[in-house]
Write a protein that binds this ligand. Structure first.
Ligand code: FCB
Length: 445
């Protein structure tokens, strides 16, 4: 069985060139301008300037021996108003990117939606609150997959729709910033509908590519034996880890997902659940950490608050290093859909990296993190699960959403003054791992 090693990024986090070549605004452009939304007051306006430096970045990928590169396409770059008019210059950028990747022998894995909704659709239909946005997404998927036909090995419709829906509409910590669980659920449903509609467009236009979706997983455990904590953790766990799997696998929404809602706003049309369960070739799994939850009536998180595990190793994000959670997640998905093909489409860690006087970036903690997590992937494979590849998050240090530029997730360091790239020790380590795995002619990690 073949195993693919890659790295991942997303458009808004690395591209920059936010106002160039006809790109329209996204909801993140607007959100970043509001005061107090981004920890360091920054935005993705310039980011890593990948839009202008993509050739240099592909050369780095080649140097590292990456076999695949997962990137995302910015919907507002391709369709500045979200619907209708297609911006050829935007499409051309992705065509060049894909062609250069292929020329370098790197397989393109393209995500169609990594959170950067065209702002025009937020105004027009309330973003994902509106059913029309799902249909607009299918049109966009159609345009992109026609333009890039034959170039992309795997399509990922959505990245972490839980974040777009629940954090954006339920908790309010991401754009558009609503705080209403019913809206979160409605947005989640429309995102799933968008996925199903897009998946069938992708199948038609790119019959030789794989089609899948990427979800985020974080096991949520109770911080104590208190029944209130136990119950809150259960509700939060099913919300994060269960909102999307049921519908995708054809068993509908879990009652526990719907329980905290008033239901008033959940509009599901008769045929929706059939569209949503459009068969996928793989599930993309993003995993970083687990959370311990304590019940608490108020706060941003409607389910409670996360508490620290005493003495645990943590990253710059404050996230506990908990490798077993990756195995547990893969197992949980596999139990629900035995034999399903999975890619780990994101896994990685942020640490306070700096360029040392010797010119290198010595990020031993990241190497340890990656090593421990890859060992869990191996464990899952040994147990017979179908894991087809691993993508480290991220290729480059980048704009980490509401946290700004402080958390550095890259295996390549980016100096945000000069945009100069420096391969970190973890990058060299990863290159070695890929090389020795291929030299042993072993398919598996
Ligand atoms: C994931 C996102 C990705 C990045 C990592 C750290 O939730 O998909 O863009 O921000 O977290």
């Amino acid at each position: 069985m073949e195993f693919i090693w890659g790295a991942a990024t997303s458009a808004y986090q690395i591209e920059g060139a936010a106002s160039e070549d006809g790109r329209g605004a996204s909801i993140w452009d607007r959100f970043c301008r509001l005061s107090g939304t981004i920890a360091d007051g920054s935005s993705g306006q310039v980011a890593c300037d990948h839009y202008h430096r993509f050739r240099e970045d592909i050369a780095l990928m080649k140097q590292l021996g990456l076999q695949a590169y997962r990137f995302s396409i910015a919907w507002p770059r391709v369709m500045p108003d979200g619907v209708g008019r297609v911006n050829q210059r935007g499409l051309d950028f992705y065509r060049r990117l894909v062609d250069e990747l292929r020329a370098a022998g790197i397989r393109p894995f393209a995500t169609l939606y990594h959170w950067d909704l065209p702002d025009a659709l937020q105004d027009r239909w309330g973003g994902w609150m509106g059913r029309d946005t799902a249909h607009a997404f299918a049109d966009y998927a159609n345009v992109v997959s026609q333009a890039l036909a034959g170039g992309v090995d795997a399509w990922i419709t959505l990245n972490e729709p839980w974040v777009s829906s629940w954090l954006g509409y339920g908790w309010g910590s991401h754009p558009p910033g609503y705080r209403n669980l019913d809206l979160g659920m409605q947005a989640a449903h429309h995102l799933l509908l968008a996925h199903g509609l897009a998946a069938s467009a992708l199948r038609a236009n790119a019959p030789h590519s794989e089609v899948g979706i990427t979800l985020n997983f974080s096991p949520i455990q109770s911080a104590s034996d208190d029944p209130m904590d136990v119950q809150a953790a259960r509700a939060a766990d099913i919300n994060i880890n269960g909102s999307f799997l049921g519908p995708l696998f054809g068993v509908g929404y879990d009652d526990l997902v719907l329980q905290p809602l008033s239901h008033k706003l959940l509009r599901v049309h008769e045929d929706d659940m059939r569209i949503v369960r459009e068969p996928i070739d793989f599930l993309g799994v993003n995993y970083y950490t687990r959370f311990l939850l304590r019940h608490r009536p108020a706060g941003t998180n409607p389910f409670g608050e996360y508490v620290d595990v005493p003495g645990a190793a943590r990253t710059t994000m404050g996230w506990e290093v908990f490798p077993d959670g990756l195995y547990d997640t893969l197992k949980r998905v596999n139990e629900m859909q035995p034999g399903i093909k999975m890619y780990v489409t994101e896994n990685g860690a942020a640490f306070a990296d700096a360029v040392a006087p010797d010119g290198g970036v010595h990020d031993d903690e990241r190497i340890a993190y990656l090593e421990q997590h890859i060992a869990q992937v191996r464990r899952a494979i040994d147990d017979g699960m179908h894991i087809a590849g691993y993508f480290v998050w991220s290729l480059l240090d980048n704009f980490e959403w509401t946290e700004g530029y402080r958390p550095r997730f890259g295996i390549v360091y980016v100096d945000f003054e000069t945009r100069r790239r420096t391969v970190k020790d973890s990058g060299y380590w990863y290159a070695n791992l890929i090389r020795s795995a291929s030299r042993r002619r072993e398919a598996l990690p």
